[in-house]
Design a protein around this ligand. Structure first.
Ligand code: GDP
Length: 322
């Protein structure tokens, strides 16, 4: 029976999503975001449709111009006939839904364009938080035929690094006057950035930011081997859409480089492995704490306390029984 107990016709939703029907796309993202009981069914139904979209992460401190850049990128990509997804992700916000972030994301230009899917996500929802929900939302947008999905995160902390690492290509947006370089270096973002965007190039200090980035790059050293990708530094004035085509050119170049070096496939395998591992560990944990598991766990705990066995042996026995 295609219709599940809760009345969600997953097969129909997926069919309409593949046909890029906006309401079906929105509904499916809600399902995966809220850890719905049909999540597994949705994931299974989406499996054959993945792998087409280039997932691009944009990260950087509030105020550097990420929303403005995203908006300008969408305009350019649409002009080139691409179908675009936008996920605005706020790892620090406990609130879910579009309203809050919706105000932030200045996407009105594209609100009525059927070739653009825009969605906000905050950390409420799935068990594993955003790092679990975002990949599922990406699969939905991928199935909807997006050529490119822009994932915008709001800061340069550890959570942003985690979300950014879900992307095929990561853009770090910085601007003069934000002291971002140091913060980004601390959070490890310099290490994962594939393209640096120095926005607000109309402001004093932009060239200094470029020099700082070059200096930090030179310290890293990981890009010095032959054939390695050396993250380009692109200057933009997003507010006037200047330099946006250079960013798109850099994205294309990175995509080609990844294809040539097997890097796209490698990154995607690493991500899928991490995802499977997280789900498997979650399942194991659930079973250990489940009706039967907890009794077995209690019994094992008592034996360890009584000195009848050691915790390693007890753990091995428990895992073997799963
Ligand atoms: P976000 O918080 O990183 O998403 O930044 P926003 O896109 O909201 O931009 C923050 C502010 O910077 C807004 O007032 C923008 O109009 C402004 N802004 C964005 N891009 C530029 C730019 O290239 N030059 C200048 N001078 N201002 C910009």
């Amino acid at each position: 029976m295609a219709v599940s107990r809760r009345g969600t016709d997953v097969a129909d939703l997926v069919r309409r999503t593949v046909e890029a029907e906006p309401r079906a796309v929105a509904r499916l993202i809600s399902l995966v975001e809220n850890d719905s009981p049909v999540l597994r069914e949705v994931a299974a139904a989406l499996a054959p449709y993945g792998g087409q979209a280039q997932v691009v992460g944009l990260t950087g401190s509030p105020g550097v111009g990420k929303s403005t850049s995203t908006n300008a990128l969408v305009t350019s990509l649409r002009a080139a006939g691409k179908r675009v997804g936008v996920l605005a992700v706020d790892p620090s916000s406990p609130f879910s839904g579009g309203a809050l972030l919706g105000d932030r994301v200045r996407m009105q230009d594209h609100a009525t364009d059927p070739g653009v899917f825009i969605r906000s996500m905050a950390s409420r929802g799935q068990l594993g938080g955003l790092s679990a929900a975002v990949p599922q939302a990406l699969r939905v947008l991928d199935a909807a035929g997006c050529d490119i999905v822009l994932v915008e995160t709001v800061g340069v902390g550890q959570a942003e690094v985690e979300i950014a690492s879900l992307a095929d290509t990561t853009l770090l947006v910085v601007a003069p006057g934000f002291g971002d370089g140091i913060q980004a270096a601390k959070a490890g973002i310099i290490e994962i950035a594939d393209i640096f965007v120095v926005n607000k190039a109309d402001r004093d200090g932009a060239d200094q930011v470029v020099r700082d980035l070059r200096y930090m790059q030179s310290l890293g050293g990981r890009h010095s081997t032959a054939g390695a990708w050396r993250p380009p530094i692109v200057k933009t004035v997003a507010a006037r859409a200047e330099g946006v085509d250079d960013v798109i050119a850099a994205l294309d170049k990175h995509r080609s480089w990844m294809d040539e070096h097997g890097e796209l496939a490698r990154r995607r395998r690493v991500r899928a492995a991490a995802e499977i591992e997280a789900i498997a560990l979650g399942t194991v944990k659930l079973r250990l704490g489940g009706v039967h598991g907890s009794a077995a766990l209690d019994a094992a705990a008592a034996r360890v306390v009584d000195g009848d066995t050691d915790p390693y042996t007890a753990a091995d026995e428990l895992v073997a029984r799963l």
